[in-house]
Design a protein around this ligand. Structure first.
Ligand code: HEC
Length: 166
């Protein structure tokens, strides 16, 4: 466990990196971003392989309730855009508190697989985990139809629905 102050310092450190680079020049950025880590990493909160734009959990618009999202650092510039395709290996980790009262907590994960894994649906793998990072049996991990059904409504941002949340 990290002391709270250190965790905050790390988050601030990560946050201060966001200012670099130029603003969106409208170029299509589909192939330039580096590959992602490719798998869930238990140290996502402190690892430089991940970042979050959310200083605290927020109440989203989904059934996930109150959430906080970490994206793998390879898509840091991409997710700021209105339209992009995430590279293979991109990992998204979302902590959720379904009722916002701490009773139904968990982690929802999306991982971008190699081309052809699920071509019709952006080649994303989905799973749900307990707070310790263990994969839940229900729903069975993989191409989860229930998840895809809703995330398919966000095609311009490559099935990612939370990139604008702060
Ligand atoms: C009814 C719609 C809906 C369903 C079903 C759904 N999601 Fe989401 N999901 C969202 C929305 C909307 C967001 C954006 C954040 C928010 O508002 O909570 C999101 C965000 C996420 C994120 C953060 C990445 C991002 O930017 O989209 C992950 C990871 C995720 N969902 C995983 C899952 C998994 C795994 C399942 C299935 C077990 C699932 N979702 C089912 C609507 C849905």
């Amino acid at each position: 466990m990290f002391p709270k102050a250190l965790t905050i310092a790390l988050l601030l450190g990560i946050g201060s990196l966001t200012g670099c680079g130029s603003s969106d020049d409208g170029s299509t950025a589909t192939t330039t971003a580096p590959l992602g880590p490719g798998d869930f990493k238990a140290d996502y909160k402190t690892s430089s392989q991940f970042f979050t734009n959310m200083k605290a959990p927020v109440k989203g618009t989904s059934p996930h309730g109150t959430t906080r999202i970490w994206y793998s650092s390879n898509v840091k510039e991409l997710v700021a855009k209105d339209s992009f395709t995430a590279p293979e290996g991109t990992v998204v980790i979302k902590e959720f508190d379904m009722l916002g009262d701490g009773t139904k907590k968990g982690i929802a994960v999306m991982i971008k697989k190699a081309k052809g894994y699920d071509a019709a649906n952006g080649d994303w793998y989905y799973d749900m985990r307990d707070m310790a990072g263990g994969v839940m049996a229900d729903p069975p991990a993989g191409k989860i139809a229930m998840c895809i059904g809703c995330h398919a409504g966000y095609k311009s941002t490559d099935f990612l629905a939370g990139t604008k949340l702060r």
